[in-house]
Design a protein around this ligand. Structure first.
Ligand code: ADP
Length: 248
């Protein structure tokens, strides 16, 4: 099978809204353990692509295969999330009136059965996992703070930690550095690189300095399909990319 060995396989994916093609025969392969940056002008189809992968939007045409063969077009959002695809939207949605620790515990327990959650004590394995996540997301010292008291950047990191608590294999991240300070932006690139050691990651991003820091393969979308793919240096010297995106 052609999708063998891929974490995510898109082929000929087309999505129309009233005859307008938001995605127009989009094809892309993300390998296990790969981090990929998706860039492109407004309206290029980046959000629609994420919506198709997560089951929010069903394509009119094309294949969307996960982990070498699971046909994602046949499943709904909840089923796809439980298969191990986590999505982080631009705006953090943490529980502001709960501590950092409680946010992570809630996320950790979210994918267990309601009954198990109700009666489960927090065991040592959970504690260890939370401590790992606190360290990874640079929030060990903020463990007992209310999430409301975190900086914008720290809230983004907490939400990434909450996604990781659910053990996804593929993480979709929408503009993680938006609204962050320069220091937080640089730290976020390091954090994502650490996560990419054990996950496939797709990052939609506008900030080219941040994409440079990520140091990953870049896909440029334009009018619903792939305009260019390669290193940031390769795609940013492509004449069409300069014309439709970078040159403006
Ligand atoms: P991006 O995220 O790259 O800015 P989008 O995926 O949001 O691009 O949008 C791609 C195109 O599809 C845009 O022209 C947008 O207006 C259109 N579009 C997206 N969602 C809808 C929708 N629900 N109904 C109609 N048009 C839509």
């Amino acid at each position: 099978k052609v999708a063998d060995g891929s974490m995510l396989y898109l082929d000929g994916v087309t999505v129309s809204f009233d005859g307008f093609k938001a995605l127009n025969s989009l094809s892309m392969i993300i390998k296990p353990g790969e981090m990929r940056a998706i860039i492109g002008p407004n309206g290029a189809g980046k959000t629609t692509m994420m919506d198709v992968i997560t089951g929010k939007t069903r394509p009119d045409l094309g294949d969307v295969l996960f982990d070498g063969g699971v046909d994602l077009t046949k499943h709904d959002e909840a089923a796809i999330a439980s298969m191990g695809i986590g999505r982080k939207f631009q705006k953090p949605t943490v529980f502001e009136s709960h501590s950092v620790y409680d946010n992570l515990i809630l996320a950790l327990k979210q994918n267990r059965t309601a009954r198990a959650t109700l009666f489960a004590m927090t065991g040592k394995a959970d504690e260890d996992r939370i401590n790992e996540l606190l360290e990874l997301t640079r929030l060990t010292a903020q463990r007992d703070l209310l999430a409301a008291n975190l900086s914008h950047g720290q809230k983004q990191w907490l939400e990434i930690g909450m996604l990781l608590a659910q053990d996804p294999r593929l993480l979709l991240v929408d503009e993680p550095a938006a609204g962050m300070t320069d220091a937080e932006t640089a730290e976020t690139a390091v954090l994502l690189k650490e996560i990419a050691k054990s996950h496939s990651v797709v990052v939609v991003e506008h900030d080219m300095d941040f994409v440079r820091d990520l140091d990953v393969r870049v896909t440029v979308l334009h009018e619903g399909s792939v305009l260019a793919e390669g290193t940031l240096d390769q795609v940013s010297s492509n004449d069409r990319v300069i014309e439709v995106y970078l040159g403006r």
